[in-house]
Design a protein around this ligand. Structure first.
Ligand code: BES
Ligand code: MN
Ligand code: ZN
Length: 498
């Protein structure tokens, strides 16, 4: 549940420690509720909004103490809306984040007047949803091993007297709360250190979530994988004493004949590189190599909570990649569940090996659509940086739908080509495939490799290597670590499909 409450009425008579007004740039004079507040405060709002440093830029905050004045608040807070005509979900998300970041520690409760945004209908729901996401995601801290010292707001009310505000705003707030909780779930699992986030531990966490959410759950271990001929996935786990898992979550739509979407997420719990060992610097970050899987688990949690009218199957191949005595070696040959043979030329290109068998497994659900998410290549990070995932698909419509969904929820993705020439590079000399392409275009050759294991319907691959964790630079990932990138994108995409 979110701390954000929706109320109809006058913000000025609410009980809270801070009154927040949202004001745009290029403001010449106060109007509406801001003007009313100004009257009650003897011109204080005007002074702060028009005569000081505050210019109304998105995320900017101005504070003034008003205890003992004409209103029963301790603080007057202005938050910048930017250009009034360009207020969208991302503006509201950033402002929710700014309010959480600036007011927590100063006050416990705040009321935000949104009358002047004239919120109603779907727009109200969408903007409030994004606002709640910003508020909640900014409060997120990974506090399993140390109590978080960062304070959080306890209560935040969005208030407007406008007709038609209440119902859509409540709907949007509920949706934002569900999405933020799903992102937090993905972050929690992604942030676990390697020794607390083994494949079986991720499976156990997914099971607990599934039970609470009413999702179907099962997990396959080594024996079942052997029966299914998953020699590729199994080979990656050989260098570790910890058993790999193939985690399966199932959300069933209420209506019959609903379409089926499979979400496949790389859940590599720690990527040392294996025998092709990675360099030491920053190797701790390779705990985040399970983020694709964690995001799929989060997305399934949201699909259940939102009761999406599509069947959604989450499939998470999970393994460690370690250099134990039995580990894959360069030159080893394995056979995937679809009987294709693969020469392993670099044991650090393991993500594609575990995804191969998971993609083959997805076929049994007869999906209309398969989307995989994986922290697959450093090359993708080099190509796109930390602001977009790499999208690879042969399906132009699907590409467009994913790019658009990403723009709407500000988890953006950018398409890379997936042409036959790239696929050629992945063919083996004495095997069907090899797991290593040429020197260039590494994100794309990895995608081209995966394509060999998709046999049904439409498919898209998202390389999330650059966006899955950060150093806290994003305002709504103050706590650093796993970002949960992909949960919002998948939910937005799935809602549009429905
Ligand atoms: N998990 C890594 C990709 C990665 C690297 C993600 C750095 C985020 C930051 C993946 O398993 C990997 O090691 N890929 C190799 C592939 C190469 C050996 C073809 C890479 O990108 O270097
Ligand atoms: Mn690797
Ligand atoms: Zn990896």
């Amino acid at each position: 549940m979110s701390i954000v409450k929706i109320k109809k009425g006058s913000a000025l008579t609410e009980k809270a420690e801070a009154l927040v007004l949202l004001l745009p740039t290029e403001l010449k004079s106060l109007k509406g509720l801001a003007k009313e507040a100004d009257g009650r405060l003897g011109g204080l709002v005007k002074g702060l909004a028009l005569e000081g440093e505050f210019k109304g830029a998105v995320e900017s905050v101005a504070l003034q103490r008003i205890a003992g004045s004409g209103l029963a608040f301790d603080w007057l807070v202005l938050v910048g809306l930017g250009d009034e005509k360009k207020v969208d979900q991302q503006v509201m998300r950033r402002n929710g984040a700014a309010i959480q970041a600036r007011l927590a520690g100063l006050v416990r409760s705040a009321v935000v007047a949104v009358d002047d945004l004239a919120l109603d209908g779907e727009r109200a729901a969408d903007l409030v949803q994004a606002f709640v996401e910003g508020v909640e995601l900014t409060a997120y801290r990974f506090d399993r091993f140390k109590k978080a010292e960062a304070p959080k707001l306890r209560g935040l009310a969005l208030v407007s007297a406008a007709e038609g505000f209440l119902r859509p705003a409540r709907k949007g707030a509920a949706r934002g709360g569900v999405i933020a909780a799903a992102v937090a779930q993905a972050r929690d699992l992604g942030n676990l250190p390697g020794n607390h986030g083994r494949p079986k531990m991720i499976a156990a966490a997914a099971r607990a979530m599934a039970r609470k959410s009413g999702l179907g759950f099962k997990t396959l271990g080594r024996a079942e994988m052997q029966k299914l001929g998953m020699g590729s996935l199994l080979s990656v786990s050989l260098g570790s004493p910890h058993e790999p898992q193939l985690i399966v979550l199932e959300h069933k739509a209420k209506k019959k004949n609903a379409r089926t979407v499979c979400l496949v997420g790389k859940g590599l719990t720690f990527d040392s590189g294996g025998i092709s060992l990675k360099p030491g610097a920053d190797m701790d970050k390779m705990r985040y190599d399970r983020c694709g899987g964690c995001v799929v688990i989060g997305a399934l949690q949201a699909a259940a909570a939102l009761q999406l009218p599509i069947n959604v199957i989450g499939i998470v191949p999970s393994s460690e990649n370690m250099p134990g005595g039995d580990a894959n070696k360069p030159g080893d040959v394995v056979e995937a569940a679809n009987k294709k043979t693969i020469e392993i030329l670099n044991t650090d290109a393991e993500g594609r090996l575990i995804l191969a068998d998971a993609l083959v497994y997805s076929k049994r659900f007869k999906p209309d659509l398969v989307i995989d998410l994986a922290t697959l290549t450093g090359a993708c990070m080099i190509a796109l940086g930390q602001h977009a995932s790499g999208l690879m698909t042969r399906d132009d419509d699907l590409a467009r739908e994913l790019v658009r969904a990403g723009e709407r929820c500000h988890e953006r993705t950018w398409r890379l080509p997936l042409w036959d020439e790239y696929a050629e590079e992945m063919k083996g000399a004495t095997t069907d495939l090899k797991n290593l392409g040429g020197r260039y275009g590494g994100a794309i050759t990895a995608g081209a490799f995966l394509e060999n294991f998709v046999e049904t319907g439409r498919w898209a691959h998202l390389d999330i290597a650059g966006v899955s964790w950060d150093d806290g630079a994003r305002i709504y990932n103050k706590g650093k670590g796993a970002t949960g990138y992909g949960v919002r994108l998948l939910v937005e995409f799935l809602r549009a499909q429905a």
